[in-house]
Ligand binder design. Structure first.
Ligand SMILES: [Zn+2]
Length: 272
């Protein structure tokens, strides 16, 4: 487990590190086009995209809750370390009572499966209604570009291996945990806001992938964004609200807990 666990209301929240995802710079896009993209990347100065892959464990009186589940074994040796991190923390797959999924992408949801089985034999799987509805309907596949189609197979695997244990929803996901729609990266992409005893933590999934680029330049998106303009609107509104409310934040690709601070015309994600 990484970083110090945080007590948020009824839960002790820890970051589980699944690994590191790397990609060439051409996965990045900019709302204003090529030139703006190249300029932002040049100022950023990094030779490639290199981001952590996280999920989260919440320990509470109502058992073990996960937020996302990592990649599982299928994304290569640099990822798939969540089962070992859980074992090191003394958590068995049987102990997991529920898994809250931010969106149906492989680096967040494939860890629900162990080969052709459910990894978590007793867990309820909580999925944003809009994502499960979209990816659960094969009729939407034809209108979806090929590199954005991964969610269909994941939705099908969920239905097969977690039948009767899937709850797709909007609003309150579990006592003290509210689903926050952040659409755009996928159709129903959502964060989870954990609140209690005067502290709030937003786990924002993939609303920001690059902590040192997209907070200051939120117009930067990823080619994997289902609808980049909607993702940008979600990212802007979320950063503004997290700053105003003073929330702790983290996400699927953010290192450690952060707070959103204003910086110039944009924001920075300060270690908290
Ligand atoms: Zn992701």
């Amino acid at each position: 487990m990484d970083a110090k666990p945080r007590r948020i209301g009824a839960y002790e929240v820890s970051i589980l590190h699944d690994g590191v995802f790397e990609a060439p710079l051409d996965v990045l896009i900019h709302a204003s086009g090529e030139a703006a993209r190249d300029e932002a990347i040049a100022r950023w100065g990094k030779p490639k995209v290199s981001i952590v892959v996280n999920c989260f464990v919440l320990k509470g009186a109502d058992g073990i809750t996960l937020v996302d589940a990592g990649t599982g074994p299928s994304w290569g040796a640099a990822m798939g370390h969540v089962p070992a991190a859980m074992a090191a923390a003394g958590i068995a797959p049987e102990d997991v009572a529920r898994v809250l999924i931010t969106h149906l992408h492989g680096d967040h949801a494939l860890g629900l499966f162990d080969g052709d089985c459910a990894r978590f034999p007793h867990a309820e799987i909580i999925v944003p209604e809009a994502d499960f509805g979209f990816f659960g309907d094969e009729a939407n596949r034809a209108a979806t570009p090929e590199r954005k189609q991964g969610g269909f197979a994941i939705a099908a695997s969920l239905k097969k291996h977690y039948a009767g244990r899937i709850r797709s929803l909007s609003g309150e996901a579990h006592p003290g945990i509210t689903l926050v729609p952040l659409p755009g990266h996928t159709f129903g992409h959502s964060g989870y806001l954990i609140q209690g005893d005067g502290e709030s933590l937003l786990l924002w999934g993939d609303a920001v992938h690059l902590s040192d680029l997209q907070a200051s330049v939120p117009e930067i998106g990823f080619v994997y964004d289902f609808d980049a303009a909607t993702a940008l609107a979600s990212r802007r509104a979320m950063l503004e609200r997290a700053e105003r409310e003073g929330w702790l934040v983290c996400g699927g690709h953010i290192e450690g807990f952060r707070r959103v601070l204003r910086k110039g015309a944009g924001y920075e994600l300060a270690p908290a």
